[in-house]
Write a protein of this length. Structure first.
Length: 396
């Protein structure tokens, strides 16, 4: 009987380092190429899209990311996997719309119905949602782009608070306008358009999706969407466990198992005793280990940091210091494919590097040099103060 192939933690780190462009050897020429190389960029924190791009393609500037998002529109913000905001290319967006958008939109709608049914002000919750959606879509079709505040002010049903039940402890009337817009966005009917603020803030406006994309979204089936996204994930993040894929995708075990079978995914043994999966042509691991001085600084919620649910192969025992209880990662400092600490902006002093383990002096210098590079890249803005979950704040 032929032994099942194995991929060690060292090999996993090498694959991740090179395939996710942390080595900077191949600097993609466009923001869309960066996004595709990672499947998608995280966008919950506005600045992460920019800093994740800088980490891999420093020749691309803030203006290049702005242009890709808002002028050329080669990448698009969309509420997708795990009800998380991502930035994707158009091809990946079509797969996301097929694979997970109906699921995310259904969850948004169910939550709205639950709260509307508790309210004495709404006799027909289903009808209220339909009316609110129609009103928002009509307004955006004629007058978009508009911000959430503008839509609330100009579309009465979106701006009218919904009363709470007499015995409720919610603490006030329900503001449903933003939830209607999130539902419409998740379902692919509207999209986050021009941002009415500097690059490190989120002051979104809304547009009809087809008008923003300058095309109708492709009608991928859930089956085809799953196949496309899981194949992309395996190519970039594999090997990963079934749990990793289900978590990243925000889908079901049934859908993931079916896609793995159709893709002919190969089972491999991992160092932690779990079973990982890779594509049939991707069992061999010929990526060289990262150089002795290989370092990188990544922003909060970076795709590499958030690519797996099981993260010990690159994180060790630092999860409790650098991730919150929901599994969201803060800023991270990496050496040779492993996380060794965190970092945060420090006012006029630049970047404060907070190491969780001792590293050689040359490595610490290299990390600080990356921090100086980031300061220059962001200038004249200061480096955004995002999510920092490192040991200083935790008293460790």
């Amino acid at each position: 009987m032929t032994a099942r192939p194995a991929i060690t933690d060292e090999q996993r780190r090498a694959r991740q380092w090179h395939r996710q462009l942390l080595d900077r050897h191949t600097q993609p020429p466009t923001v869309a190429a960066v996004a595709d190389a990672l499947v998608a960029l995280h966008a919950t924190t506005a600045s992460t899209v920019y800093l994740s791009t800088w980490a891999r393609a420093p020749q691309l500037r803030i203006a290049d990311v702005d242009a890709a998002l808002y002028d050329d529109r080669t990448v698009v913000k969309h509420l997708g996997m795990r009800r998380t905001l991502f930035v994707t290319s158009h091809d990946v967006l079509d797969e996301v719309l097929g694979a997970v958008s109906d699921r995310v939109a259904a969850s948004e709608r169910t939550n709205m119905l639950r709260d509307l049914r508790r309210s004495p002000d709404v006799a027909d919750p289903e009808g209220w949602i339909a009316q609110a959606c129609d009103a928002a879509l009509e307004k955006l079709a004629t007058d978009g782009p508009l911000s959430t505040a503008q839509l609330r002010a100009q579309v009465p049903i979106l701006g009218t608070p919904i009363g709470e039940p007499p015995d409720s402890s919610w603490g006030g009337p329900l503001q449903m306008g933003s939830r209607v817009l999130n539902y419409l966005a998740a379902s692919g009917q509207i999209v986050r358009g021009p941002d009415d603020g500097p690059w490190y803030t989120s002051r979104i406006t809304w547009e009809p999706m087809a008008r923003w994309l300058r095309r109708a979204p492709a009608g991928h089936s859930p089956h085809d969407g799953h196949l496309g996204l899981i194949q992309r994930w395996l190519r970039v993040y594999g090997p990963g466990t079934e749990t990793d894929i289900v978590w990243w995708l925000g889908s079901t075990k049934t859908a993931v198992r079916k896609a793995l079978a159709e893709l002919g995914a190969i089972e491999v043994d991992l160092d932690d005793g779990q079973t990982g999966y890779v594509l049939p042509d991707d069992v061999a691991t010929d990526e060289p280990e990262p150089d002795d001085d290989a370092v990188i600084l990544l922003p909060e919620l970076d795709p590499t940091t958030m690519g797996h649910k099981h993260r010990d192969f690159y994180l060790g025992d630092l999860q409790g210091q650098l991730f919150d209880s929901n599994g969201n990662g803060g800023t991270t400092a990496w050496w040779r494919g492993r996380v060794v600490g965190g970092w945060r902006p420090d006012g006029d002093k630049g970047i404060e590097l907070v190491l969780c383990e001792k590293v050689p002096a040359r490595v610490e210098r290299a990390l600080r040099e990356r921090g100086e590079e980031l300061i220059q890249w962001c200038a004249p803005s200061t480096v955004p103060r995002g999510i920092y979950l490192g040991p200083v704040q935790r008293g460790g």
